[in-house]
Ligand binder design. Structure first.
Ligand code: FES
Length: 212
């Protein structure tokens, strides 16, 4: 990787200075200030640890070649090493969590996935979408877009081929109608289709929320 802002030597110097500054915290004259600063550093540590662990997990699962590249970059290597992420036991733990949950393990945390644009969708039409083991139908009716699980009620029967009529998604198997606005089955309000959250951007870009 190229050095974008600092040379490796500059980066090492910055890391050493940071270490010195952290050491000086112990000599702060006011105990309350010292405690607050330590709490602040602990919070930063947690924020970074959580985000970097998620990023690292994504890399070792989906982009293993990138891991080798990261290991050879001084600054990236130092950062990941500070959080012990290059340790093979941490990697095995992340991968075994992955095997336990199936799929690619991303269901451990929420994600917003781009799934197209509202302008590309036809009115009263349902589109199949699959991501992370979730089967989803993205439906447009009356100008609104909804995302629902592609499964009728408690069955495993897919809603492929369902038609949309006056805001209702009609199951192709036995004709159950689900109101897209809230997922409720018309004939039995106790039954609902699972809905997925969507974010629609200013230009119509659609993002599907998984694991919310
Ligand atoms: S499976 Fe959908 S109505 Fe029967």
């Amino acid at each position: 990787m190229e050095n974008i802002f600092l040379s490796d030597a500059d980066y090492e110097q910055l890391a050493a200075q940071t270490q010195d500054l952290i050491g000086k915290i112990d000599n702060l004259p006011f105990p309350n200030v010292k405690d607050d600063v330590n709490d602040l550093l602990a919070n930063f540590d947690m924020l970074h640890r959580e985000a970097l662990t998620r990023l690292f997990k994504e890399i070792i699962i989906n982009y293993p070649a990138l891991q080798t590249k990261m290991e050879s970059d001084k600054a990236v290597h130092l950062l990941f090493s500070l959080y012990d992420l290059f340790h093979s036991d941490i990697q095995s733990e992340l991968l075994s969590r992955e095997e336990m949950v199936g799929g690619n393990g991303n269901d451990k945390y929420p994600r917003w996935i781009p799934v197209g644009n509202t302008h590309e969708l036809k009115e009263d039409t349902a589109y199949k979408y699959a991501e992370e083991g979730e089967m989803v139908l993205i439906c447009k009716t009356d100008g609104n877009v909804y995302a629902v699980k592609n499964c009728c009620g408690n069955t495993l029967l897919p809603l492929d081929g369902a038609v949309i009529d006056k805001g209702y998604l009609i199951c192709p198997w036995h004709g159950c109608a689900y109101r897209l606005a809230d997922g409720i089955m018309e004939a039995n309000p106790m039954h609902k289709l699972k809905k997925f959250p969507l974010i629609i951007g200013d230009n119509g870009e659609i993002r599907l929320g998984l694991n919310m």
